[in-house]
Design a protein. Structure first.
Ligand code: FES
Length: 361
């Protein structure tokens, strides 16, 4: 074993870690997942950390992607540097990824929850996890966190490739740990015991639900992107390794297609537009990021989607979303009847969706 000291603005921590492991595999286990948009292929450079001690020699990717001065100062790619003895790593201030809106206006609806004591609602986004905890009367707590599967690649298609390539169980364990941590945070905030959660809904896009349940995702990996598993059924918490009683129901909402998932169906339910007779629009806002790298083929000012489900990270320097420029979305009714109008709540939060999406759905 080796000693790993992690320095952050919040203070230093000391751990015993296994020799020979990559920093990129150790840091997530210690609660410090680095940004890894390229999934550890040494191409994006976003996993860089300051590290000194007994480490492997800089890899060809690091020699190519770092300047001689950066290398001399101890900058390393976490996905390339192996711990061979005692090491000290310095990490920058925390990520802004968890800054996601988890509150929103809700439509009035009859409450008929699937739980008796505590119910949890979780949205597995490609980039971010969000969750809320309810009792029979009210919302008790909200929480969000980066999707820990980011170490397998920032985009859906990278993770699909890793799952098809033999890491299906590793991806499932990774997201299950992330959801479990979020549930424990919710209960800590609400001063409740996680063992009292007796019903749960976990939504997400089609790929995220496949990865959570360790379902064969290969049909989503290539045209015509057929989907055999659409969910819309209940699993047990034990089957998903969640920290609640093993036999409680966990409902995964039904997906429409390979890339229109349960997150969309729950939003449709919550917004109430299915019940109306007017033409309506449901808009799904996703994080965008300005790519300032300026490399060939990458417009410095062009906003790009963080998750490109079909294309993958087209820019080798793809970076995580910054705090979204769209922080307070609003709705404006069309002035003219000839113009399509937009109906729905100011922000159809996922939580509102979850609360209406019970197994009867
Ligand atoms: S270079 Fe390390 S994750 Fe991309």
């Amino acid at each position: 074993m080796a000693q790993l000291i992690i320095q952050t603005p919040a203070g230093d921590s000391v751990y015993s870690v296994r020799e020979g492991a990559l920093l990129s595999s150790l840091l997530p286990e210690l609660g410090h997942p680095p940004d890894m948009p390229c999934g550890g292929q040494g191409r994006c450079g976003k996993c860089r950390v300051w590290a000194q001690g007994v480490l492997s020699q800089p890899s060809p990717s690091e020699v190519k992607g770092l300047t001689p001065r950066e290398l001399a100062e101890g900058i390393r790619f976490a996905c390339c540097a192996r711990v061979l003895g005692d090491v000290c790593v310095r990490l920058p201030a925390g990520s802004t990824l968890s800054q996601i809106c988890v509150q929103g206006a809700e439509q009035a609806f009859a409450v008929d929850p699937m739980f008796s004591q505590l119910g949890a609602a979780v949205d597995i986004g490609t980039t971010t996890l969000a969750a809320q905890l309810y009792d029979r009367q009210q919302l008790l707590a909200s929480a969000s966190a980066p999707n820990p599967q980011g170490v397998f690649g920032a985009d859906v298609i990278s993770r699909v490739g890793r799952s098809v390539g033999g890491e299906r169980q590793a991806l499932a364990q990774c997201i299950r740990r992330g959801v479990s941590t979020l549930l424990e945070e919710l209960c800590r905030k609400a001063e409740k015991d996680v063992s009292h959660i007796d019903g749960m809904v976990i939504t997400g896009n089609t790929a995220m639900l496949h990865l959570l349940t360790a379902t064969d995702i290969s049909p989503l990996a290539a045209a015509p992107f057929a989907v055999k598993e659409r969910f819309g059924r209940t699993f047990s918490a034990g089957k998903l390794d969640l920290p609640c009683p093993a036999d409680i129901p966990v409902y995964l909402p039904r997906c429409m297609s390979a890339f229109v998932g349960g997150d969309i169906t729950t939003a449709l339910m919550a917004s109430g537009i299915c019940r109306g007779t007017d033409t309506a629009l449901l808009a799904d806002f996703v994080p965008t990021v300005k790519s300032p790298c300026g490399i060939r083929g990458c417009s410095p000012a062009a906003p790009r989607r963080q998750a490109l489900p079909l294309k993958g990270p087209t820019c080798p320097r793809a970076c995580r979303a910054l705090p979204a420029p769209l922080t307070t979305p609003g709705w404006k009714r069309a002035a003219s009847p000839s113009t399509p109008s937009v109906t729905g709540p100011p922000w159809a939060s996922a939580a509102a969706a979850w609360r209406t999406c019970w197994p009867a759905f």
